[in-house]
Design a protein around this ligand. Structure first.
Ligand code: NDP
Length: 273
C-alpha cells in the first residue's frame, strides 16, 4: 500500500511559512504521497517536540529560526556541509532509525543567485548582516564562489568575531557602525529583523553603483530590507523566496530521492503574492 509520509517545519515565528505550500507543490509535481505541516516550536520545547514527531511516525523535518543550531546538536549524523556550518535546517529519518542532519540553505541561496538571477559572486565584495544559523549555512557556499572579500557584521559583534575565528579568518567581522565608508557589490540580510519589519541600523551609501541587496527573509510585501535596498538605488533588491524554494528542493531530494522543478514553483508563488 502507498502509505502517506509525514513531514513538518518547526520554528518561531512560523505562521508566515510557505514551506508547506512548496512541499505540497513538489509532491504533486513528482507524484509523491506526503503531508507537510508548519508547527510553532520554540527553543524551550524543541527537543521534546522533535522526539515526539519522529516517535509518532514523522520521517523528515525542516528547522528554521531560531532552531538550526539546536537541530545540529540533535542530529545523530551530519552531512559534511551541515557539520561545517554547525547549523541544520533539514532532518531525515534513516533506515537504521538514526536522524541525519543536513544544511541546504547555502546551496539554496547560491542556486537562486546563479540560476534564477544570473548573479556572479566571483571577485565581488560581499557583506552579510547577521551571525546566526542562516549565516552559518551560507558562509562556506558563498566563500567557495571566490568573492574578492567577505565581511560579516552583527549586532552582537563578539558573535561575528567568534564565527570568523571558527572559519579560520576566511572573512572579517565588524559591528554595524564600523561599516561607514565601506562599499559592497552584494549585501545579504541574514538577520531576522525583517520578520518584525525592522531594519539593522545601517549607514547609507554602502552599495557600489551596480550593487545588489538580498534579504534572506521573504513576505507577500517587500521586506524592510528590500525596501531599504530600493531606497539605496540597488540594481536589484530581492527577497529570499527563491532561496526558500531552492533549499526546499534540496531537502526534498534528500528525503524522496527526486529533484523537483523549482522554476515553476517560484513563478506560481510570485504570482500569488
Ligand atoms: P537566528 O535567530 O539564528 O539569528 C538571528 C540573527 O539576526 C542574529 O545575528 C541576530 O543578532 C540578528 N538580529 C535579530 N534581530 C535584529 C535586529 N532587530 N537588528 C539587527 N540584527 C538582528 O536566525 P537565522 O539565522 O536562522 O535566520 C535569519 C533570517 O534568515 C530569518 O529572517 C530567516 O527567515 C531567514 N532565512 C531564510 C531562508 C530562506 O530560505 N529564504 C533560509 C534561512 C533563513 P544578535 O546575534 O545580535 O542577536
Amino acid at each position: 500500500m502507498n502509505t502517506i509520509n509525514h513531514y513538518a517545519v518547526f520554528g518561531s515565528p512560523i505562521s508566515h511559512s510557505k514551506s508547506p505550500r512548496i512541499h505540497q507543490l513538489f509532491a504533486m509535481q513528482t507524484h509523491q504521497n506526503l503531508d507537510y505541516i508548519a508547527q510553532e516550536v520554540t527553543a524551550n520545547n524543541f527537543i521534546s517536540t522533535v522526539e515526539n514527531f519522529f516517535k509518532k511516525g514523522g520521517v523528515g523535518l525542516n528547522c528554521t529560526v531560531p532552531l538550526k543550531e539546536l537541530a545540529w546538536q540533535f542530529a545523530n549524523k551530519k552531512t559534511e556541509r551541515a557539520e561545517f556550518a554547525k547549523a541544520v535546517n533539514t532532518l531525515a529519518l534513516q533506515s537504521d532509525g538514526t536522524i541525519l542532519g543536513d544544511n541546504t540553505d547555502g546551496i539554496g541561496l547560491v542556486n537562486d543567485l546563479v540560476f534564477n538571477h544570473d548573479i556572479e559572486l566571483k571577485n565581488k565584495r560581499i557583506l552579510i548582516l547577521g551571525a546566526g544559523g542562516a549565516t552559518r549555512g551560507i558562509l562556506s557556499p558563498l566563500l567557495e564562489q571566490q568573492p574578492d572579500y567577505l565581511i560579516v557584521a552583527n549586532r552582537s559583534v563578539e558573535k561575528a568575531a567568534a564565527l570568523a575565528i571558527e572559519f579560520n579568518n576566511k572573512f572579517t567581522s565588524c559591528s554595524f557602525d564600523a561599516l561607514s565608508g565601506e562599499k559592497f557589490d552584494l549585501i545579504f540580510n541574514a538577520t531576522s529583523a525583517s520578520l518584525n519589519d525592522e531594519l539593522p541600523p545601517l549607514p547609507p551609501n554602502l552599495l557600489t553603483e551596480n550593487g545588489i541587496c538580498y534579504d534572506l527573509a521573504y513576505g507577500n510585501l517587500p521586506t524592510a530590507f528590500v525596501r531599504w535596498g530600493t531606497s539605496q538605488n540597488a540594481r536589484k533588491s530581492l527577497d529570499g523566496l527563491g532561496m526558500l524554494v531552492e533549499q526546499a528542493a534540496e531537502a526534498f531530494k534528500l528525503w524522496r530521492g527526486i529533484q523537483p522543478n523549482t522554476k515553476s514553483v517560484i513563478e506560481l508563488l510570485n504570482s500569488e503574492r
